[in-house]
Ligand binder design. Sequence first.
Ligand code: FES
Ligand code: FES
Length: 137
Amino acid sequence: MLKTIISKLMGKSNDKIENSNIICGCFNLTEQDLKNAVSNGAKTFEEVQQITKVSTGCGKCKGNNEKLVNNLILKKKIDENQVVCGCYNVKVQDMINAIKNGSRSFEEIQKVTKAGTGCGGCIESNKALVGQLLAKY
Ligand code: FES
Ligand code: FES
């Protein structure tokens, strides 16, 4: 009802109003589509792309959507206290504890938790995670 009134006042169709939260016009995707992909288990932007096709058309939305997806993935890791370094079974809470005990950089957190000092495969993602945690704690 409200949408219809607004449409008439603004001379826009309902479709255009509903499309205002489209984040990838090539595939008609909303932020919710990306959230669904992450909550269904996608762990990287590339995996979200495989599921949703986001940013695989003209590509002009890629920068913003990559940032958005990376933030959604980090938020999920924090909310679920996930294991973020399989080699040493380090969880997000272990990193938060290190920060609360005075660690103020990725390297300092590494010394305490050993995160990233095994195979090294988790270093890049954990640097991004630590950046968010340091801003929060
Ligand atoms: S707007 Fe997203 S790929 Fe074109
Ligand atoms: S998974 Fe973290 S060092 Fe191997």
